[in-house]
Design a protein around this ligand. Sequence first.
Ligand code: ARG
Length: 601
Amino acid sequence: MKLLLKEILPIFSQIMNELGIDTKVWEKQIGRSTVVDHGDISFPCHILSRHLRKSPEQISKDIVEGFGNKLSHVAEISNLSGFVNFKAKKNWISEKTSALYKDDRVGIKKLKSTKVVVDYSAPNVAKEMHVGHLRSTVIGDAIVRMLDFQGHQVIRENHIGDWGTPFGMLIEHLIDLGEDLAITELNVGDLDSFYKQARLKFNSDSDFAEKSRKRVVLLQSSDTETLRLWTLLVDESMKYFNEIYQILGVLLTDDDLMGESQYQKLLPMVVERLSENDLLEKSDGADVIFLEGWHNRDGEPLPIIIRKNDGGYNYSTTDLACIIDRVIRKNDGGYNYSTTDLACIIDRVERLDCDTLLYVVGTPQKQHFEMIFQAATKANFIDSNKTATHINFGSVLGKDGKILKSREGNAVKLLDLLNEAISRAKSVIEEKNPEIKGSEREKVARIVGIGAVKYADLSTDRTKDYVFDWERMLSFEGNTAPYLQYAYARISSIFEKWNGQLTSLNNQKIVCQTLEEQKLCRQLLQFSEKFEESINSYSPHTLCNHIFSIASSFATFYENCQIINTNDESTTLSRLAICDLTGRQIELGLDLLGIHAPMRM
Ligand code: ARG
């Protein structure tokens, strides 16, 4: 509990000073207690034994004595088995929660704004969006929302895979099918079969393969008709992707599209700047970069291929272009990347700048990004004031522990998956609350179903794999979206029953009487620090876990403490304020994760 630590530290550091202990020795050791019953903050004294030549028990006694009465209004200070424990006092908790109640940002500070690009979702045109893209979309969106709430200027970029050699065969397949039929296939979201058919023909029919190769050349030389067909492919795929974004309720729109195709004109400049920095080398006719520390399985140096021996560029080159672009674009809206403008560009890099570049992409691309960032730093595309971070994530597994597949063994069609979530949620709601009917039921089912899918993803440590499990994610028990949404709905219903005005609670003083109130308020006081912890490590699950702790403490409070029907008006008002603050935090927490909370369910 940071608030409590803030009270403790001045006195604690004075005591340490008197004992002659350097700040470095203790500052990282004093922190949140691991055993909640012992206190809120603890300090393990054994780390001082060597310095003071005393037993931890003795040291802990001395420290408690050192505090004397100095914090008697704030915390109980005790020693146990060589630990000093600080436990916040009831009055202090009441006072701090009352102050928090008045803050409409529930304690979360606005920061000095920085410019952040978040690269997320990034599905590939004419290919089914897979669960990995779902993760990227959901995690990326939560991060965007959290950064935005902190006051940063967040630029969303959807780096769709809309360029490269496969487009030759895709366009030829589109011509073979006829535009109308092709559009129909793409429209119903049958992207995988479209792609597979094209691939099959490419592999088995040499005429088709030859035509496809020629088509790539036409595409690269901006042939009008080829570009028109290419646009058709992109637009039709985007219709499908947008449908998914809309159901998911993510912030991405067409304005955020910044696909690979957008960087093609920058690629020659990448080569130019890399060679200016003496980074390019020839290897088997290709232009490559060799970086320190990278080897393949045979122990040979592993290059980043910038330009292949046929003159073509690839994914890595695009990503380097993308870094330059993210660092320099958007001051005057225009590109002006001719050779003579290089000096000007470098000036802009140093002057304009996106401070932070985030890439929400699966763990399999870890090495790619490490190498790209290393190369970009070496080539001075990013300097030490800027950070580029790969926000990696694990896979979604089926119950069999293997990558999630449809029943037929194909990649899961995301649209089907989301619709199934909604229909399953509908049955759950029907069973739990038959009073909710008609369009309200539809609406709530959507909120609960989609919330469940998103929350299941966000609440596991993103670097780990997780098992996709309908029953668990839709359960009203445990760390799930429905559990949190239900807590919120319960709070809404308390206010519906109460015949007072919410505004009359403004400036309401909160007075904790029972242990349950104290426990809940302790959680409420930690909302902002958990939020910060979560965004600082780009780990939405930290925020999820905390909202879950709030909701669980609320459940115990609700079971044990009368709220409306107390004999004492001031107790009622104080408890209502606690409910209101709880509701606001759950609602905000879910909102920052991109999840709604219905008033009843
Ligand atoms: N389209 C790529 C894929 O599906 C992900 C792109 C991620 N972003 C990037 N800047 N490389 O694997």
